[in-house]
Write a protein that binds this ligand. Sequence first.
Ligand code: ZN
Length: 330
Amino acid sequence: MRHGRPVTSTLSFRSWDTLRPGPRLIVLGGVHGDETCGTRALEALEAEIDAGALVLERGVLTLVPRANPLACAQGTRAGERNLNRSFVPRPAEARQDYEDHVVAALAPVLAAHDVLLDLHSATSDTVPFVMIELAEPDGVPFRHAEHEAALAGALGLDVVVEGWQDVYEARLEEHAERAGVPVTPEDRAVGTGTNEYLRERGGWALTVECGGHDDPEAFAVALTVTRRALAHLGLVAAPQGPHATAPAAPGAAPRVLRTAVVVDKEDPADRFVRPWQPFEPVRTGDLIGVRADGTEVRASVDGAIMFPDDDADPGEEWFYLAVTSDRPLG
Ligand SMILES: [Zn+2]
């Protein structure tokens, strides 16, 4: 860590090793500092474990309530940059910003686990959803795809999104092609967040968006999905404690959506024709937005709008489209 940082920028986490064989699970809160639901849920769980109210049966559990300590102390998305991009440890002399130091400290901790649950919330109100990876990103079978799908199904959320990374990488390639330059390893690293990092290291990972930042239910969702993950993986006997069953018990089949298209904002004056709700259905040809120069932007697939962001900067993602996936959740 750099000199002169306040103590609030210190990374801390706790691990419990049951000394019995089982999955090694790490749960992150506060990768984005203005998303407090995960932080609060993990602190609540920590207190339960200390009090003996939550008993771990097997495996290893690590809780990191404030994965980006500086951002959490500031209450901002980032400290000096987004921790969930370029999550690639660099040698000491190549670390340029605060998050480079966090990555260097956190990456080996992540890599010592089999499974990551990364708890987030969204800028605008959204139904809670979970993100997993495709069975075959780049046509290469992802050996933990079934594990991710089964855990996603066990969380009891309404929506499961798969295949973000493929579409994001295709976007990088398009950008490079338009600029007439090759995609550099540095560009590719941008698309590596916490989940992608652990997958590259042989593990598997899920990101849960627990609702909007200000949604009072987001804390309950964060706690519930963590309890269900503990039970699904066999670290605890069954989901237990407050919010063990809220908001909904698993049972109803979630919608599984595959990320299909990303559309960037090009000009600050590009505007949606109306506010879009996350996962709102669209049909091919539906008018979604209008560019600053009057060009209409229409849906190119039948599916749903994902991550609509009318405040995106030019060159950043404006919205994604997803199509229905027939992926079974195990
Ligand atoms: Zn986030």
